[in-house]
Each structure stands twice: as C-alpha cells, then as structure tokens.
Design a protein around this ligand. Structure first.
Ligand code: PLP
Length: 460
C-alpha cells in the first residue's frame, strides 16, 4: 500500500470505529464492566523502542479503550454537568482536526480565526451581552474564570495606579475579593493561580438554595472584585446577579459571573429571568462543552471591555504576525498555540440556531423536573427547587443514599454521582445532553426507583 493509501485506510478505519462506538451509546451499559476496566491495564507498558503500525495503534485504542469508557456521549449519563457531544460537532471536530490549524494569528489561519470570531459574536448576541464585549475560547470554565479574572485584575489594579502585568503583585495595593460561600472550587483555584489567593476572600453567606444573599454584601471601599455564580453545581440556583450589580455599582467594583452552565439559562425565554441583570456585570465565564454539547475541551471567557482582556492577555514578538487589521485570537486567551475549538461552537450554533439552543436547554430542564416529580411520587425526598437542570435526591440516611447510588452506577441503566448538600448526602442528577429523551428519563427513573426500593427496604 502507498503511504497515501495507508493514510486513507487509517482515517476511514477511525471514522468507522467512531461511528460504531456512537451507535452503541444508546443501549450499552453506562458504566463499563469490571472486565473492561481491568483490561485497561494492557495500556500500561514500557515506552516502545521502535514504533508500530498506525492501524494497530488505532485498533489497540478501540479494543481496550472503547469498552472501558463511561458512556458520557449517551443519553443516560447524568453525572456532573457535562453534556454529550452533538453529532455535528463531532463531525466538524474530526474535519478540523484534519486541518490541524494553530489558531494563534488571523493571518495564518484565516478560516478558523473568522469562524471563531463569528461564533463569539453569536454567543455574545445569544447571551444578550453588550455588543462590544471581548471574548476568547479557552479549555473550560476553570480557565474562562481565570482569563476573565485576569482582565478584572488588570482593570482594578490599573484604576489603583498599578500595572500588575508589568510589576506583578509584590507591593501592589490591596484588593478586596468578594466571593459567594457556594462558589465553585475552580473559582478559588483561579484566584489562586492569579496570585490573588484562594483564601484571601470575603465569603458571602447564601440562602437555602445556594444563592448569594445580596444584603450580606459588605460596604466596599477601594479596588474590589465581586464573583457571582449562575448555576450552583448542586442545586442549579443562580445568584441574584442583577441585584448584586446594583448593590455594588456605586463602589465601581468589578462584577464577574461564573456561568459554567447557568449562563445558558439566558438563551431560553422560560428560564431567562433567573439571569436577569447579568448583562450589567463586567465579565462572564461559561463552558461550551457543558450545555452547548460540543466535544472537550471548550470554554469561553467574556469581558465587557475588550481592551481589559487584551491588556491581560496580548503579546507580540518579531516572529509573530501580530501587526494586522484583523482580530488576533491569541490576544484574548492565555494560550499562544491552541486548537480551533471555536469551530465546534460555530458548528453547534450554525446547526441549532437560536431556537435550537433554547430547546436544548428547555428540554433538559423539563427532564430534570420530571425526575424530581418521579422521585417525589415514589416517596423520596428532593432537596432542591428544580429551577434548572439539577436534581438532588435523598434515599434516607447518608449510608443508604450512598449505597443506592453505588448500586445505580453498577446497574448501568444510567449514571448519577453523589454529593453533599447542606450536610446531607444526596444523589445528584444533572441533565445536560441533547441525546436524552423522555423515554430515557422514564427508563432511568424505573431502574433507580426499583433499586432504591430494594435497598431502602433491606437497610431499614
Ligand atoms: C459553576 C462552575 N464553575 C466552574 C466549573 C469548572 O468547569 P470546567 O470543569 O469546565 O473547567 C464548573 C464545573 O462543573 C462549574 O459548575
């Protein structure tokens, strides 16, 4: 076989195997079998001195890896808020991987840079953010928080007469960081990575659903950043962002929104009121690999004043083509070299349209409400108000709830994880995949309730 023929056969084989995998996702067990997991050990081998045939490498990946994967791409994976990739985004991801573009500069990757710019513009419109908002594609909400907060850090220090990018933090004026008690751990991690400190924060108490209590905000003096959240990782609750913006407006504090999944409420007329007023914030972070259902990894950082983002992120070098009339993607992201992850976002938005995204979000929320109704009707307690796509279910005491969750995971009909909400263990259901149908919800409910009834009875 010529080298071209081998390449063609290899890529066709990859496509064939990928398609076959996706076709199994509807019916296969969500959790892999113990045997498949044990088989993963076959990957652990010494670094080969010499290479092997590419077709064999691919076959090894498929034969060992595919059976051992958790079916996150399927319709009944409800662990974490991580969606499942839309077929169109897998397809465009495959094609754009073949392009192998490095999205540093517009001039050398004009198609990708243009697609990303279009996708960012569409996202800004979809979320109803101010038209001049600047944005960048990053790996996920953790880095989106980091990126947006780097812009915040630039602005609040600049206003205090300090150039943090040039002079660093040693000797810098103090900045007040205000964070919800229920902020996601990655928000604290982002603050740590920015040198602002994970623990040097004023934590604001939250209500019973995990929403920041506006009245608990302190009087703010001097440079300050206030971090709000759209979408509590347990309850799905959204902070009263508009009220918080109003409450701190006179202080000039920067308001950031961690909207990893909750920002997507803004795209649906039915759920938009949850995010009322969030357009008044200064920066926003979200994930596309969660509710937009694109492949990993894909997050987006938005900053009201694009210049603040560019001040934190832009670089130049003689060898880079940074002198251009176009927007250079790397002026808005921590990375210099990276893949064109915005292509997947463009593909999702181009194929779904505004209404399709709204239906995706609304469908997941409706499924979540049905889960809650089903559990309550079966006599189990739901801990949260189901305002979005999150449901917290208890099967009794902590040990029983954990035992039920483990049995549900082993059963394989669906997959949900455990969490602790206000001191009590709960099963956490996150509905965020395009692939989940009403039938999947009923099938999962039947399986989970029957397991719970069996175990609750036996532990009583
Ligand atoms: C509110 C919130 N912020 C940040 C993150 C981190 O997102 P990622 O894992 O995409 O970095 C999550 C993840 O679930 C989240 O829910």
């Amino acid at each position: 076989m010529s080298s071209d023929d081998k390449t063609r056969a290899l890529l066709e084989d990859a496509a064939r195997r990928g398609i076959a995998y996706r076709e199994t996702c509807v019916n296969r067990s969500v959790a892999p079998s113990a045997e498949a997991i044990a088989n993963v050990r076959r990957f652990i081998e010494p670094l080969p001195e010499d290479g092997s045939d590419a077709a064999e490498v691919l076959a090894m990946l498929d034969e060992i890896g595919s059976p051992a994967s958790v079916t996150m791409a399927g319709p009944r994976f409800f662990g974490f808020v991580i969606g499942g990739s839309l077929p169109v985004t897998v397809a465009t991801n495959w094609l754009s991987a073949a392009w192998d573009q490095n999205v540093v500069m517009h001039e050398v990757t004009p198609a990708t840079a243009t697609l990303e710019q279009v996708a960012l513009g569409w996202l800004i419109e979809l979320f109803g953010l101010p038209a001049q908002t600047g944005a960048g594609f990053v790996t996920g909400a953790t880095v989106a928080n980091f990126t947006a907060l780097a812009a915040a850090r630039h602005r609040v220090f600049a206003d205090a007469g300090w150039n943090v990018e040039s002079d660093g933090l040693i000797g810098a004026p103090p900045v007040t960081l205000i964070v919800s008690d229920e902020a996601h751990p990655t928000l604290f991690k982002s603050l740590g990575m920015l040198g602002l400190g994970r623990d040097r924060v004023v934590r604001i108490a939250t209500d019973e659903q995990g929403r920041m209590i506006t009245a608990e905000l302190p009087a703010i003096e001097g440079p300050a950043i206030v971090c709000t959240q759209a979408g509590n990782i347990n309850t799905g609750a959204v902070d009263p962002i508009g009220d918080i913006c109003d409450a701190v407006a006179s202080s000039g504090a920067w308001v950031h929104v961690d909207g990893a999944f909750g920002l997507w409420a803004a795209v649906s007329k039915k759920h938009r009121s949850l995010t009322d007023g969030m357009q008044h914030a200064d920066s926003w972070a979200t994930d596309a690999h969660k509710w937009l259902n694109v492949p990993y990894d894909s997050g987006v950082a938005f900053v009201r004043n694009a210049a603040d983002l560019a001040s934190a992120m832009a670089i130049t070098a003689d060898y880079l083509l940074t002198e251009t009339e176009h927007r250079n993607p790397s002026d808005y992201t921590p990375e210099l070299s990276r893949r064109g992850r915005g292509i997947d976002v463009w593909a999702a938005l181009r194929s779904l349209g505004r209404n399709g995204v709204a239906s995706l979000v609304e469908g997941c929320c409706q499924h979540a409400r049905r889960f809650a109704e089903g559990f309550v009707a079966a006599g189990f307690e739901v801990f949260n108000e189901v305002v979005l796509n999150q449901v917290l279910v208890s099967f009794g005491d902590d040990a029983t709830t954990r035992a039920v969750i483990e049995a549900i995971q082993r059963d394989g009909t669906c997959w949900c994880g455990a969490t602790v909400w206000q001191g009590k263990t709960a099963m956490r259901i996150s509905v965020s995949s395009w692939a989940t149908t009403g039938e999947d919800v009923e099938k999962s409910l039947r399986a989970m309730i029957s397991i719970a009834r069996r175990l609750v009875g036996s532990s009583a």
